[in-house]
Design a protein around this ligand. Structure first.
Ligand code: NAD
Ligand code: TDX
Length: 369
């Protein structure tokens, strides 16, 4: 039985991970440590909130005293570290929070882990620090380049990617220098339930349902490798369970698509679902599909993201061969699950968008059209 601290567990992937882990390992203790930034939402944890072995702590990974106190109280033996500022566009406008949380925050966790797990008399027999990272640390690929492997040199291009690269290096160094038992996973673009509607797929769904433009950066030809979030959670489980200490594993969807094709697929999916279910037109009267128009009519090409990475692709051979990792959802099944979830959970996305998000978007993107 493990006692976990899941940092950033009220965010998109963290919340999915908590659901996944509490179903798969119901005996384990799970403590979520989350600062509830604009991207964190306790409502995403509603279904586990009342479990006796679950605890939510509203706190910041910049607070090392709190981390150490929690680790002592909970006899923590496993940290799964999701907490981060995660949106590339925000990192371009306001990089400071990315350095604070992603670099300093990660280092705080490592220092607390070292203190409690390596330098303390009552350290647990085994421990694990799992660091959740991204494919963006590897930079951008050209059309004919092979996909990123664990050997691809780091070449982060955005402040977000640079902050994540920095945190990856710190995790590696704490293993190499102090012997902290760490693993790292670098994953491609996730999508699925509970994703904050600033990221491509949920933003397009929300805008389509509310009849707003679908902003595609540049000409929409940039390529990402998409993975359904539950497959990412399963990959992390495999790395924690079977990964070599100190190792890094790439996790991907083997599913490269151009942004414009993703947006068109979301549009076609909504058109189909509206055609199948008449009630949706009453619920979402501003959606083009409610009046028989194509959702695609909302696509609007806007100014490109500065320094926009052209292509990401993950080679997950190591995780497949060593750990038995393989995604279960195809993009077609995953996007249908996501569309259905968004339609069934309107209260969730309306609530998370009530906050400062709209204000921030209008301040930073008023010149986008
Ligand atoms: P998210 O932005 O949805 O959630 C981040 C969570 O961290 C939020 O709940 C937020 O409140 C919390 N948080 C932020 N700063 C904090 C702080 N200082 N202290 C405590 N909590 C804090 O992010 P996500 O998309 O779920 O990403 C989770 C992790 O996975 C990140 O480390 C990200 O770099 C990585 N990742 C994301 C993707 C993706 O496609 N979303 C892909 C690969 C890797
Ligand atoms: O409105 C938009 N229009 C658009 O064309 C948005 C929000 C995005 N895009 C483009 C930019 C990217 O090429 O879509 C692509 C995906 O954008 P994001 O959803 O912002 O993701 P990305 O920048 O690729 O980064 C994501 O994947 C790696 C996550 O946000 C990171 O946290 C993760 O590490």
């Amino acid at each position: 039985m493990r006692s976990l601290i899941v940092t950033g567990g009220a965010g998109f992937i963290g919340a999915n991970f908590v659901h996944y882990w509490s179903n798969r390992y119901p005996e384990d203790r799970i403590v979520v440590l989350d600062a509830l930034t604009y991207a964190g939402n306790q409502a995403s944890l509603e279904s586990v909130q009342d479990r006796p072995n679950f605890r939510f702590v509203h706190g910041n990974i910049l607070d090392r005293t709190l981390i150490a106190k929690l680790m002592r109280e909970e006899s923590t033996d496993t940290i799964v570290h999701f907490a981060a500022e995660s949106h590339v566009d925000r990192s371009i406008h306001e990089p400071d929070a990315f350095i604070q949380t992603n670099v300093i925050g990660t280092h705080n966790l490592l220092m607390a882990a070292r203190e409690l797990w390596l330098d303390s008399d009552d350290a647990p027999a085994t421990h694990r620090f799992h660091h959740v990272s991204t494919d963006e640390v590897y930079g951008s690929l050209g059309v004919d380049d092979p996909a990123f492997t664990e050997q691809t040199p780091y070449a982060p291009n955005s402040p977000y990617a640079a902050s994540k690269a920095s945190s990856d290096h710190l995790v590696r160094a704490y293993h190499h220098t102090y012997g902290l038992e760490v693993t790292t996973s670098n994953c491609s673009n996730n999508y699925g339930p509970y994703q904050f509607p600033e990221k491509l797929i949920p933003l397009m769904i929300v805008n389509a349902l509310t009849g707003q433009p679908l902003p595609v950066y540049g000409d929409g030809s940039n390529i990402r490798d998409w993975l359904y979030v539950e497959d990412h959670c399963r990959g992390i489980d495999l790395v924690i369970g079977k990964g070599k200490l100190g190792a890094t594993y790439n996790i991907g969807g083997n599913n490269e698509r151009r942004n414009i094709d993703i947006v068109r697929q979301v549009c076609a999916g909504l058109d189909r679902i509206f055609a199948e279910n008449e009630k949706l037109s009453d619920r979402f009267p501003d959606a083009p599909a409610a009046s028989g128009r194509k959702t695609e009519s909302l696509i609007t090409f806007v100014k490109d993201r500065p320094g926009h990475d052209w292509r990401y692709a993950i080679d997950a051979t190591l995780a497949t061969e060593e750990l038995g990792y393989a995604p279960r959802q195809s993009f077609e099944t995953g996007i249908r699950l996501t569309l259905n979830w968004m339609l069934e959970n309107e209260h969730w996305w309306r609530a998370v968008m009530d906050g400062s998000y709209r204000e921030w978007i209008s301040k930073n993107y008023s010149d986008n059209a």
